[in-house]
Every structure is written in C-alpha cells, then in structure tokens.
Design a binder for this molecule. Structure first.
Ligand code: ATP
Ligand code: MG
Length: 328
C-alpha cells in the first residue's frame, strides 16, 4: 500500500515549550487516521506541521513522498486543509469564497465557478450560496470551510476538528460526506474531540499527550487493550454491602487486576469474557449476602480508552504502559 502522509520524528518548540516531541506517524493512501488528545496536546500543531504550515525544529513531513517544505507548491496541489477555526472571508458569500479559492489554485474564472457550483450542490448549501459568510451560523461556516478545502479536488485531506460546534444532525451529515470522499479513494488525517467521530471514521487512531504518542491502533485494538467489558452491578443497599461486594468480586476474579470499585450505588469492574462471568458473579455476591437490583455489561468505548490513556497526561508514557500491560 502507498504511504500518503509520512510524519517523521516531528519536533516543534514554541519558546521553551516542546509542543511536538519526536512524533512520528504514517497514513496509508485511502485510509483515515484520527488524532486524539487533550486540549493543548499538540493536535493542531501536528496537522499544521504535516501540511507545511509550521516550520519544524527537526523532523520532516512528506505527502506522497514530497517534502511539505521543499516541494510545498507541488504538495499544495494535492492536499486540502481545513483548520480548527474556519478561515473563510466573512465579507464574501459562500459562492465567492469558493471561487476565490479556485482562482488561488490557478483555475480560470469559468472553471472556478463551475467547481463552486458543484460543491454548493454536494454540500447542500444552495440556500446560502449568495449570503455573506459573516451572516452564517457556525455550522454553515464549517461547511463552507470544508468545501473550500475540496476546491482543488485533493487526494489528501487534513481536517482539524471538522465537526466541532455542529449539531448532531449536521455532524452526521458531514460524516456521511467524509465517508463518501474516503470511499472514493481520498486519504484523510483528522483531529477530533469526539471519540465517536474517530470510531465512525478512522481506520487507525493516534492518541497523543504533550506532543508524544501515547497509543496507536485501530479503534477495536485500542478498546481491546482496556482489559475487557465493563460490568456494573446495581446494589440494593450500597452503603451496607459495598465493601463485601468488592471483596466477593475480587475473590471471584482471583486477584486479577480487574479494578473493582464501589460508588454511586454501583459495583463496577472490568473483565474479559464478562458474559460468562455474570452467573458466577451473582452467585458470589448472593453468597456474601449482597442484595442485587440489576446487572449490566458494556463494551468499552473509545471514550473509556481516552480516559485511561490520558488520565495522567503529566506522564503520558506511564499511562500508555499501564494500559498496555493490562492487555497482556
Ligand atoms: N503559535 C503559537 N505560539 C506559542 N504557543 C503555541 C502556538 N500554537 C500552539 N501553542 C502551544 O502549543 C500547545 C499545543 O497547542 P495545539 O493548538 O497544537 O493543541 P491542540 O491539541 O490542538 O489543542 P485543542 O484541543 O485545544 O485544539 C499549547 O500549549 C499551545 O499553547
Ligand atoms: Mg487544536
């Protein structure tokens, strides 16, 4: 498979602060890499570095083998970028913004207009095509911005939080649009705060904290590392039975690192093959005199993974090790 995006040992400092700290990743052609991380972890800096918008202190980024610095003009021809904050001209209409970007790509006036009309159709923006962007809602602006990133019909698209601020319906709509683009062969690098978005769109997920890689894998691989499903037992008398319930389940799981906790009226623990352990669990609790009101099993979500990995973002590598160890 062809590597579309290659980030090799990126280091970026702002003054004293090292914002990207030896960060490497690749994105194969036609696949989606989702970058997750807490606020300030370096997501925007990373995607800007990869598109050549930031000068690096060391390391290099290549798109289809071309350096984003030395071959910047060439790279721009096949790369689309939409930043975290929509960079559209507020004084121009939706259509005028799209035509302007087309002209910047060197398209003729007629071609730029034709492409603008296509995108207005594809993005369902007809009702506000002639309206000034300054009067658009946040969601409309995001759409215009994303459409602008597609004017050059890029093979590689880089999106920094494309759906932040969108309502759930608009977000779903954008996901569908992005899926279609990827199905058509586009390569996508995106950052997001919505873990469901990464789950829906990304083939691979890179979790970063303080500019370093904390984890990399498919969404399923990362969820699998958490050590199984989460079981929640609703206790009839949590105050009275909480401690006995924790001991009973700990004994049942034979001291494995199941992280059994009681609180909020529940007993919670994580275990592989949870479904097979429900009956023994109920029996052990009943034998210990614990009254149960209900029991449920939840498969891990990417949110769970994110919390586990970035819980201690002061020490990202330590958090990464803790999760990796539990997977064994
Ligand atoms: N131009 C700049 N000058 C100085 N510091 C900067 C600059 N841009 C980013 N930083 C710092 O770099 C760190 C990473 O910022 P970045 O915007 O990459 O984070 P992020 O992961 O995208 O965060 P968010 O989730 O809030 O968008 C932050 O501490 C930020 O203050
Ligand atoms: Mg950001």
């Amino acid at each position: 498979m062809t590597v579309a995006i290659e980030a090799e040992r990126l280091v970026k400092r702002f003054g004293e602060q090292t914002v990207l700290d030896d960060l490497s990743f690749t994105v194969d052609e036609g696949t989606v890499l989702g970058v997750l991380g807490p606020n300030g972890s370096g997501k925007t800096t990373a995607v800007k570095a990869v598109t050549g918008l930031y000068r690096l202190d060391s390391g290099q980024a290549r798109i289809f083998g071309r350096s984003v610095v030395q071959d910047a003009d060439e790279v721009k021809q096949f790369t689309g970028f939409s930043g975290q904050y929509a960079a559209v001209d507020e004084d121009l209409s939706t259509a005028e913004n799209l035509v302007l970007v087309g002209r910047l790509y060197g398209h003729s006036k007629a071609d730029a207009r034709r492409r603008a009309d296509q995108l207005i159709d594809a993005f369902d923006m007809g009702s506000y095509a002639r309206k000034r962007v300054g009067q658009h809602s946040g969601g409309m602006r995001r759409r215009v911005d994303l459409a602008c990133a597609l004017v050059g019909d890029p093979r590689v698209l880089v999106l920094d939080e494309p759906t932040t601020g969108l309502d759930p319906t608009s977000r779903q709509g954008l996901w569908e649009m992005i899926k279609e683009l990827v199905a058509g062969g586009m390569t996508l690098l995106l950052t997001t705060q919505y873990l469901e978005e990464a789950d829906v769109l990304a083939d691979h997920v890179l979790v970063i904290a303080e500019g370093r890689q904390v984890a990399l894998g498919t969404p399923d691989e990362l969820k699998g590392r958490l050590g199984g499903d989460r079981v929640q037992v609703e206790l009839a008398s949590p105050e009275q039975d909480g401690r006995a319930a924790v001991h009973a389940v700990q004994a049942l799981l034979n001291g494995s690192d199941a992280d059994v906790t009681a609180g909020d009226g529940h007993l919670t623990f994580r275990t592989p093959e949870a479904a097979r352990k429900l009956v023994p669990c109920v029996n052990a609790l009943t034998e210990a005199g614990v009254a149960i009101e209900g029991i449920s099993v939840q498969q891990p979500t990417l949110d769970d993974v994110f919390f586990a990995l970035t819980r201690d973002s002061g020490s990202p590598s330590a958090a990464g090790v803790a999760v990796a160890e539990r997977s064994e």
